[in-house]
Design a protein. Sequence first.
Length: 274
Amino acid sequence: MKESAKSHTTFVVVAGIVRPIMNLLMRKQWMGLEKLPAGGFIAAPNHCTEIDPLVVGHMLYNQKRMPRFLAKAGLFKVPVLGFVLRATKQVPVERSTSGANRSLQIAKEVVDEGGAIIIYPEGTLTRDPELWPMKGHTGAARMALEGGIPVVPIAHWGAHEVLPRYAKRMYIFPRKTSRLVVGDPVDLSAFAGRPLDKATLTEATNVIMEAITELLATLRGGQPPLVRWDPTAHNQSTHGRFIEQGGKAGGTASGTPDDGTSDAGTATGADGAK
């Protein structure tokens, strides 16, 4: 997984296209960048719109950290996009247990070489009606505890105003502001030496999700729900887009209606235990 000349060149070309577009679409306010570790780490952001990976990737690239995501395996088969994902060494994720375990192993190799791997613990766009972080999957916690890898929580807010969750079109005017904050690495020392069973991984995941939620609350200036949204408790799937009764995709906090398009998210929180 070492950085090749081809991979670096592809990153530079893609960044040369994407960065000006992102700067045009949104003003940016980035905070806490000094908290990014010098070595390898897991970045764990919230996930509320399909362009989230561009927001987080933009920030990391500007800090000279090549962003690598756990991306849905099917996206690697899409013309042009698949080429870009392969050329920049993104990590394909299969939904099967063995496939997810392999994905996490490759991700660990990236971190071991000092890279940044982005894992969305929620696994897909949040189902929470107000776009607060929902219940997380345990893949990030498992990788962190198995390898002693720091998990850096990241929260951002504002990109959903440009592209609301599941929407078909962007809302460019008036120009929006994307705010992002990097938090201190999550303290998972309480789990050292414990067996990596379901209870431990679930508890560690909750600690990670709480860190992300607290950061988002500072950005939004609001109060998150006392109980984190659990899709299964609301008869919703835990992956892909969801459709509410009446045939409409879940609403957004911006009040813009969603349009029932297919889920085009580019990153997933692979769960090696599921």
